[in-house]
Design a protein around this ligand. Structure first.
Ligand SMILES: Cc1cc2nc3c(=O)[nH]c(=O)nc-3n(C[C@H](O)[C@H](O)[C@H](O)COP(=O)(O)OP(=O)(O)OC[C@H]3O[C@@H](n4cnc5c(N)ncnc54)[C@H](O)[C@@H]3O)c2cc1C
Length: 381
């Protein structure tokens, strides 16, 4: 338990840890092996009020903040990476786009269902030809008077295999750059909207990735979020805040790896004594704990800045960059401490090793985080 958690966060951590150990951990291997979307687990998260964690109470949510979400994600990420990815995408990407940028009637239409977990949200920015460079997106929106017509393809969209509500980023005029980009909500089942599952991921295999294809897909004009041309700014703002939650997920991966490594080092004997008595192993565990703590403090600072309405963009990039790389070092050491068995399923560290890798890629690669941070460091040249 962290000394800087308030009493409510201590209780939240205890409740979610119990839930994660009892309900998520036993199914984590199955979710991974079968590329199975964690539907039951998501329903259980909804029962605990966690699918609407950031949504205001008057719209059916829990009205909590990013510091609270960070506590939840560390506990979930420690046992099931896929479930933490699903929750992040539903909450801080999909639902938050509507919560922060939707008008009153859009928020009333979708948020109570998303908070209750009756509907699942997704966030569709990336495309086959562009990921890091969102300005290059090619999915078009045209105004036909009555409705907006969408054409194009989105790729790698998390939760999409089961999601009901999609925040989709589109351009009316590629030559207009960011001014041409808009954000619009598209619901599953809209004619001209096809969802094709993508299989074969290295890790986070239960997170329901799919390609979205829009072919003359007519979407009600009332689904536009903000004004025409607001989309690029909406995407950047949502990614800035959601990165805090990816950092928190990485704390979970780093902590899960450490927990597994400590338990194994105590029970495995080599040369007549437990591994945990060897100084080489002890020092690895010490480094894992120290780096995890440093990542936790960076993440907590970014979450606190966001909750308190202060500037947080550079701090969220630092937290995501550092926490994802700490998670990488921790899962690597945890496999090393397990020796040969760590290379085999169903040892949890084998799965964690694969799950971690994408945290340095999605929601802005490590290179993109370094770009954000270096811009703040260097300023005008
Ligand atoms: C499992 C998974 C889930 C995902 N979920 C979603 C989702 O829900 N919604 C969504 O919209 N997207 C999602 N993505 C897409 C993800 O956000 C992109 O893959 C990511 O942003 C990188 O884009 P890219 O794959 O096009 O790589 P590119 O942008 O082509 O980058 C390739 C390499 O070049 C580097 N690079 C690019 N530009 C620069 C630069 N200016 N300077 C230095 N290096 C640079 C990158 O860092 C990277 O190493 C997901 C991806 C994965 C793998």
């Amino acid at each position: 338990m962290q000394p800087f958690y308030n009493e409510q966060q201590q209780m939240l951590a205890t409740t979610v840890r119990e839930f994660a150990e009892n309900d998520l951990a036993p199914l984590a291997d199955e979710v991974d092996t079968n590329e199975e979307f964690p539907k039951t687990q998501f329903a259980n998260l909804a029962e605990l009020g966690l699918t609407g964690l950031l949504i205001p109470t008057d719209l059916g949510g829990a009205g909590m903040g990013y510091r609270d979400f960070m506590v939840v994600l560390e506990e979930i990420g420690a046992v099931c990476g896929s479930t933490s990815t699903v929750l992040i995408t539903h909450t801080s990407l999909g639902s938050e786009t509507i919560n922060r940028f939707g008008n009153e009637s859009q928020r009333a239409q979708w948020l109570p269902h998303l908070a209750a977990g009756e509907k699942i949200a997704a966030f569709a920015l990336s495309e086959p030809q562009t990921g890091s460079d969102a300005l290059g997106l090619q999915t078009t929106i045209t105004d036909d008077g009555e409705t907006y017509i969408l054409n194009g393809t989105k790729l790698f969209i998390t939760n999409a295999s089961v999601a009901d509500v999609f925040a989709v980023f589109v351009t009316a005029d590629r030559s207009a750059g960011y001014r041409g980009i808009s954000a619009i909500v598209v619901e599953r089942g809209t004619p001209g909207f096809e969802i094709n599952e993508q299989h074969g991921k290295m890790g986070m295999r239960g997170s329901g990735t799919a390609e979205l294809v829009f072919s003359d897909c007519a979407v009600p004009k009332s689904n536009l979020l903000g004004n025409v041309g607001d989309g690029y700014s909406i995407a950047l703002k949502i990614l800035d805040s959601s990165r805090i939650t990816v950092a928190a997920q990485c704390l979970g991966l780093a902590k899960g790896a450490l927990d597994q490594a400590v338990a194994y080092a105590k029970q495995r004997h080599a040369f007549g004594r437990p591994l945990a008595t060897k100084q080489a192993i002890q020092f690895m565990l010490a480094d894992m704990e120290t780096e995890l703590d440093a990542a936790r403090l960076l993440t907590y600072r970014a979450a606190a800045l966001y909750d308190d309405g202060l500037s947080y963009g550079t701090e969220s990039a630092k937290a995501k960059l550092y926490a994802s790389e700490v998670a990488g070092r921790n899962v690597d050491k945890a496999v090393q401490i397990h020796g040969g068995i760590g290379y085999f399923k169903p040892t949890p560290v084998e799965r964690m090793y694969r799950d971690q890798r994408v945290t340095e890629i999605y929601e802005g690669t490590s290179e993109i985080q370094r770009l954000v941070i270096s811009r703040a460091v260097i300023g005008e040249i």
